[in-house]
Write a protein that binds this ligand. Structure first.
Ligand code: GUN
Length: 281
């Protein structure tokens, strides 16, 4: 039976580190150095609104000043790009987040590309040709921290990622490579996914399909990280068939209470890093 990786508990530790870091920064450079974050949410999707409110509350608890800008569903791409341009040029704005998904008439690619890299708190513009990863994509950074906290050293291990999104799968592969793992990335066109997942020492899943990973797809003693966040009858559910896979894995993350709270905590880490970089310039 697997031991649980308690994302909620590790996230509390990370948040306390960020709060201490914010205090240290303000002590050294004054109140103007306080980290802040501008969160943009477009439309009225209740889950997006709830997540943005949770992120803003997390900010307040960690000494980071949040500003939430809520725009209507009918906001044009041009208007959103002009807002981002204004925030990019505003010296008082240190971190910008645009909550995804955006309404269909707005190009996610153009909007994310418009956010200045030095204010990109999601870490989406982290370069792949550099190991300067101090502002890394939040979910992969969160997963790496959860592995470290659980005593899992990925060096030389076979890590299999299921999912190749820009937000998780691709940056996750890079973070693992930077830590000397051997990495396989599976996706919707991969033939016989189980032949790959069943050889994974560490299996990281983000496919958006509840119960996609079944026990027969998992190696005995594997570490299983479930990045999935699906809602089944209104309840958050991961991509892993937890009750069955738990019997086979050595370590596993629950949903909820696994990767989710850690991703939000790493947003705060990034906000602090962006504020530190600016204060030390
Ligand atoms: N929507 C769901 N997760 C995320 C995230 O990590 N960042 C942003 N900007 N939007 C999201």
């Amino acid at each position: 039976m697997a031991a649980l990786i308690d994302g909620k508990a590790i996230a509390e530790k990370v948040k306390a580190e960020v709060a201490a870091g914010s205090e240290r920064l303000i002590r050294e450079f004054g109140e103007d150095a306080r980290p802040n974050m501008t969160l943009i949410v477009v439309g009225s999707d209740p889950i997006s609104k709830k997540l943005v409110n949770m992120k803003a509350n997390d900010c307040e608890a960690s000494g980071i000043t949040p500003t939430v800008i809520a725009l209507s569903e009918s906001t044009s791409e041009g208007k959103l790009l002009r807002l981002i341009d204004r925030l990019n040029r505003d010296d008082d704005v240190k971190a910008i987040l645009c909550q995804l998904p955006l309404p269909e008439h707005i190009s996610t690619k153009r909007v994310l590309a418009a956010i200045a890299p030095e204010k990109d708190v999601d870490g989406f513009s982290a370069r792949i040709d550099s190991d300067d990863y101090d502002v890394a994509a939040c979910t992969p950074a969160a997963v790496m921290r959860m592995l470290r906290e659980s005593g899992v050293d990925v060096a030389g291990k076979h890590c299999v990622i299921v999912g190749r999104s820009n937000m998780v799968g691709k940056p996750m592969a890079i973070q693992l490579l930077l830590n000397d793992a051997t990495v396989t990335v599976c996706h919707s066109k991969t033939e016989d996914i189980a032949s790959h997942t069943s050889r994974a020492d560490v299996l990281i899943v983000e496919v958006g399909r509840p119960g996609f990973i079944t026990a027969d797809m998992v190696k005995e003693g594997a570490v299983v990280i479930d990045v999935g966040m699906n809602y089944v009858d209104g309840r958050p559910t991961g991509d892993v068939d937890f009750p069955e896979v738990e019997k086979k894995a050595s370590l596993i993350t629950p949903v909820p209470g696994g990767v989710g709270p850690m991703t939000r905590a790493y947003l705060l880490v990034n906000a602090l890093t962006l504020a530190e970089r600016r204060a030390e310039k």
